[in-house]
Design a binder for this molecule. Structure first.
Ligand code: DGJ
Length: 729
């Protein structure tokens, strides 16, 4: 049993292999958070001494006990306006103007299996180990009941959390905030590690000590965003890759999000994470419920690498529903950087022919194949073939590509519409536009109101027909702008605060229907590169295009930052032409391949323009990738250096779960004159085992390679790279 309730001490204890999580019911019925951290048996209520803290009020029934305050004791899910002045997790407002909630215990249940959420992606039970705890709290004055949901995965060291808020009154209740979780860490000095960025430079790690007050990681863009990934880590200030306490919070949510971290007057830390409450409100009629998205919590006392590996395994095995999550992926060639919008059937076929000769498995036709799409000013919404470019249609093109022995994949951007499209002309009210105001455009496109069931229905029918009528084995699902002018023409005025949230629910429902109907199609997520690289999308798409920046040197930093939360198998990564189209930088083909192989591998260039030597090199790269694909997809990833750091090299490793195989990758980002030896201590090997190292005579113990290390010969030239396979003897 990983969930226990002790009637005497009124404590709930959730135990995983290496962690413990404890809550306690106070005499008032408030649910106190006692502990989340390294596994230890027993009770943790000795941690909290009642202490009279000035200006921190006391619940009415404990008014004689001035040390007992909601403002100072750790809370499991704090309401608002009940005497806890720190960040609230829930803000309901009744028709009578009752504002906030003072939540007290009603009941609980413990069940085998994992809870599910209505209309939202959530982790599932894989192997019968998950258990669910539901603790119901309520505030009759606020007319709400809150069911706190905990899914405990003992062997994985992950606890999934969510909340279901139900209107138990006779009037409507408006939710102004409903977070997925609140987590109090009453003691400790923590660093916040978060992943910010911009288009073409996503998920750059930034780490710094928490200051007193509130720090926020958020997006208001209606998408998880290039600017701020929803995944955050709190780690102790001495933590590094191999040591130290680390907490991860990973929202399973692709829309506007907010994680607030408050360090309060007493040095206690609170994390509140979930849907961004700005531009959000949700009206609950009597009896109706609202489910928050899920957030995945993980803790380790063994450093950042272990935390990342915990998430990598969990996302692959317990979140992504696609059968491709744990299967080899096709090596693909995408025509975007080869042709952009400028192609015809002959051009595509010549690219495909060369791709096949190189050993590629799947050809992807990117943007520009539909409607009046000759540039990015028109056509979105019209998901029928552009007969000027492809006069014979999609079917004959696919047949010819299949005839070469290649699979076929197609790009779509279903959530968007151009003003210049048949769809917009027929349904202008399907776009998010504020009445009486011209909407802003992004890439000259509007956003469809995905919260409307008729829009989702239309897209589902159109895309189902596309996938039924054509042998499409891969779909790249793009989204090239954030939401603005959020106003749904299908919602009444009092529900407009729901439009952005309903948008994401609509996206999930469309993805759910299509991925269920077409389980053999590999769906790759994308949003102008990695603008929606999050656990919500990963539930449907086993891989997501990591960034529009395909420069291998820049990708080192992007993939490094991404790896803190997400596995290599999730990162779409391609070898593109040199000089690179985004940066103008030239990087050797071998180095470009080393970097792209640390993800879902492919090419994004015009193979008809390659020299004979380059073609031969690519044939060898693909052969090699097939040999190491399983190791990269399923192995544990170890970050050996920070590629942006003073080491001037990027080094990372994959090690198979049984430690029989490893792959060392190195790229020199700043080669130097009279170079110092490149010395690296390897990680994750079996210290007792003996390994051979590719290209070296003899064999070496795992202990020698990890405790002593490995010295590489000096790397010369522009961005040289090396990739070495290690095998246990
Ligand atoms: C943005 C994507 O990230 C690119 O790979 C490409 O598909 C373009 N959109 C096409 O418009």
């Amino acid at each position: 049993m990983s969930i226990l309730f002790d009637d005497t001490s009124r404590t709930f204890t959730l135990t995983t292999r290496n962690t413990a999580y404890q809550m306690q019911l106070a005499p008032t019925g408030h649910l106190l958070h006692l502990y989340y951290g390294r596994r230890a048996e027993g009770r943790f209520d000795s941690l909290y001494l009642p202490h009279d803290c000035g200006f921190s009020p006391n619940p009415y029934e404990l008014r004689d006990n001035r040390g007992w305050s909601l403002d100072t004791l750790p809370q499991e899910y704090s309401g608002t306006n009940g005497g806890d002045y720190r960040l609230g997790a829930l803000l309901p407002v009744t028709e009578d103007g009752v504002w906030g909630a003072d939540l007290r215990y009603v009941r609980h249940t413990i069940e085998p299996g994992k809870y599910a959420l209505h209309g939202l992606p959530a982790a599932f039970d894989n192997g019968g180990e998950a258990e669910t705890l539901r603790v119901t709290l309520s505030d009759p004055a606020a007319q709400v009941e809150v069911e706190l949901l905990y899914g405990v995965y003992a062997s994985q060291d992950v606890i999934a959390r969510a909340a279901r808020v139900t209107n138990t009154g006779a009037q409507t209740v408006r939710l102004e905030k409903a977070a997925s979780l609140c987590l109090d860490l009453p003691f400790g000095e923590w660093d916040l590690l978060h992943f910010h960025g911009r288009h073409c430079m996503e998920r750059q790690p930034e780490r710094g000590p928490l200051m007193t007050g509130v720090q926020t990681v958020s997006s208001k863009r209606g998408m998880s965003s290039h600017q701020h990934n929803p995944f955050v880590i709190l780690c102790d200030q001495g933590a590094d890759e191999d040591h130290g306490e680390c907490y991860g919070v990973m929202p399973v949510w692709s829309g506007s999000h907010k994680t607030e971290i408050e360090r309060d007057q007493r040095g206690s830390t609170r994390i509140v994470s979930g849907v961004n409450d700005e531009q959000f409100s949700w009206t609950l009629a009597p009896g109706e419920s609202f489910d928050t998205p899920e957030a995945l919590l993980a803790f380790t006392h063994e450093g950042l690498t272990r935390l990342s590996q915990t998430y990598h395994r969990f996302l692959r095995g317990n979140l992504c529903r696609s059968r491709f999550s744990n299967a080899p992926r096709p090596v693909l060639l995408n025509n975007w950087e080869a042709t952009y919008f400028d192609f015809d059937e002959e051009k595509l076929l010549s690219i495909a022919r060369e791709a096949k000769a190189l050993g590629v498995d799947l050809f992807v036709l990117d943007d520009g194949w539909f409607g009046s799409r000759n540039d990015d000013n028109g056509g979105l919404g019209d998901w029928f073939v552009n007969r000027t470019k492809l006069p014979n249609g999609l079917g004959p093109l696919i047949e010819q590509i299949n005839g070469m022995g290649l699979k076929f994949g197609l790009w779509i951007e279903p959530e968007m519409v151009n003003e210049d499209s048949a769809l917009y002309r027929a349904h202008p009210d399907w776009a998010l536009t504020v009445p009486g105001r011209k909407p802003s455009v992004g890439r000259n496109q509007f956003v469809l109101d995905m919260g409307r069931p008729d829009v989702v229905e239309y897209l589902c029918d159109t895309l189902t027909a596309l996938l039924r009528e054509n042998r499409i084995e891969y779909v790249k699902w793009d989204m090239n702008r954030g939401l603005s002018d959020v106003y749904s023409h299908a919602l009444p005025p009092e529900r407009q605060g729901e439009a952005a949230h309903r948008y994401v629910l609509g996206v999930y429902s469309l993805l759910d229907r299509l991925t269920t109907a077409f389980p053999d199609v590999l769906f790759e997520g994308c949003a102008g590169g990695g603008g929606r690289f999050d656990a919500g999308m990963l539930a449907y798409c086993p891989q997501i295009w990591c960034s529009d920046n395909t420069d291998a040197v820049e990708r080192l930093a992007i993939q490094y930052g991404t790896s803190f939360g997400y596995p290599a198998s999730a990162m779409g990564a391609h070898v593109s032409a040199s000089p690179n189209h985004q940066t103008g930088r030239s990087v050797p083909l071998g180095t470009r391949a080393i970097v792209a192989m640390s993800g879902a591998f492919g090419y994004e260039l015009d193979p008809t323009k390659l020299s004979a030597e380059e073609k031969q090199a690519i044939r060898e790269q693909i052969e090699r990738y097939r040999e190491i694909e399983t190791l990269i997809r399923t192995g544990d990833c170890f970050r050996l250096t920070d590629p942006r750091g003073e080491h001037r090299i990027a080094a990372w490793q994959f090690v198979s779960e049984d430690r029989s195989e490893a792959l060392l990758n190195v790229v020199a980002t700043h080669p130097e004159g009279n170079p110092r030896p490149l010395h690296l201590r390897l990680k994750g090997l079996d210290p007792q085992a003996v390994y051979t190292v590719e290209g070296q005579d003899g064999s070496f113990s795992g202990a020698a390679l990890m405790y002593g290390g490995w010295t590489l010969p000096p790397l010369y030239g522009d961005y040289p790279g090396a990739q070495l396979r290690l095998r246990r003897q």
